[in-house]
Ligand binder design. Structure first.
Ligand code: RRO
Length: 372
């Protein structure tokens, strides 16, 4: 039986699945249900000092197939109410509070209050793409100095491990990760949602109540994979100190989880996918991951973590490989044009072969000329 347990910041997770912040987190009952149904780790909705109602609707739309845009506006009861019901573990599953501060000093006070609740770790949300409403103000995680200040404030008030949640809306994400780790973070979570807007063609205005939102879902998976890859590669070549990465970004099944582990993640969030399926997704995806590992012959996750990065470190540009199954979506997408009919294709082949012979003769000539 494949071992899918994960060691993360002193926590032993039963599997690498994570419920990301903001998904189901408003109701304690839903968190409990996810815990009972087999999630590896829970992150709460981002908590602020004072209660926030959130933005007016619409707050979530499906803008493209597999692509949700949200602007919830950090709805949460505030730290005082949160403290009344928070438990560091639910059904044996670690519950990590997510912290959001409007300023460095506010974050410090918030972190002190959360530290009293004895959490197993804290995640610091530095990257909500619309925390300033529709003001388009700069995000903390778009600036290394601001990132270091916010993480430093939390590090000065708590001894529990700090997870810095980064934004994909930057050019060099590893530079922000470096600032966070330097200032006292022990892990990186990446990525928050991609800044996004949808326009209503009829009413000629942005669709979301807040106008600007953040995009998530399967449509962003390759983009998120690229951002996590950037961080992992920087860790491998020494630009960044080694630290666990919790990956978020469009994963929705066991093979997607494997993909993020293959590019160096330690744990993987299933967020938008919970909306599409339900909380059973955590145990179902874990089972799918186990099947994938069995097929590949891996006994545990460290046996393949980061394996796909080797391709990106290589100097050569490797071929996709003959071993790719014929029904692979990727192989099929390499020839998107309709195939010629049989007769045409035979003629085509003959012509091509003739051309090839001529080329070879010409090549031979060239070589002889050169030798002379
Ligand atoms: O609550 C939100 O609207 C929200 C947050 Br705090 C966040 O970090 N990322 C996001 O896409 N939405």
């Amino acid at each position: 039986m494949s071992d899918v347990t994960v060691d993360l910041l002193g926590m032993k997770l039963q599997n690498p699945t994570v419920l990301p912040s903001g998904i189901l987190g408003e109701s304690l009952g839903m968190l409990e249900e996810a815990a009972v149904k087999g999630v590896g780790m829970l992150i709460t909705k981002s908590i602020t000092m004072r209660p926030r109602e959130g933005y007016q609707g619409p707050t979530v739309i499906e803008a493209v197939p597999g692509g949700l845009i949200n602007a919830m506006g950090l709805p949460n009861p505030g730290v005082e109410e949160f403290a009344k019901t928070y438990k560091p573990k639910m059904s044996g599953v670690p519950v990590v509070p997510s912290l959001y501060g409007n300023s460095v000093s506010e974050l410090r006070v918030l972190s002190l209050a959360i530290d009293r609740l004895d959490p197993p770790a804290v995640e610091v949300n530095l990257s909500c793409p619309h925390a300033g409403g529709s003001s388009r103000r700069k995000l903390v995680a778009q600036d290394p100095a601001l990132t270091a200040q916010h993480i430093g404030a939390v590090a000065s008030t708590t001894d529990v491990p700090i997870i810095a949640k980064l934004s994909p809306n930057v050019t060099d994400i590893y530079e922000i990760a470096a600032a966070a780790l330097f200032a006292g973070a022990s892990a990186i979570s990446a990525v928050n949602t991609f800044s996004a807007i949808e326009i209503d063609g009829h009413f000629e205005r942005p669709v979301l109540g807040n106008f600007i939102g953040g995009m998530s879902g399967p449509a962003i998976k390759p983009l998120a994979l690229a951002k996590v890859t950037e961080i992992s590669l920087a860790m491998r070549d020494g630009r960044l100190e080694e630290a666990p990465i919790i990956a978020y970004g469009g994963a929705s099944n066991g093979e997607d989880i494997a993909k993020f582990l293959l590019i160096g993640a330690t744990a993987v969030g299933l967020g938008s996918a919970v909306y599409k399926r339900d909380v059973d997704i955590f145990s179902e995806s874990t089972d799918e991951l186990k099947v994938w590992m069995k097929e590949k012959g891996y006994d545990d996750i460290p046996a393949f973590r980061g394996k796909a990065l080797e391709w990106l470190e290589s100097e050569e540009t490797p071929e996709y490989g003959d071993e790719a199954p014929e029904d692979s979506a990727f192989v099929n997408m390499q020839s998107p044009l309709p195939k010629p009919s049989e007769d045409e294709s035979e003629e085509g082949e003959e012509e091509d072969e003739e051309d090839l012979d001529e080329d070879v003769e010409e090549d031979d000539l060239d070589e002889e000329d050169l030798e002379e």
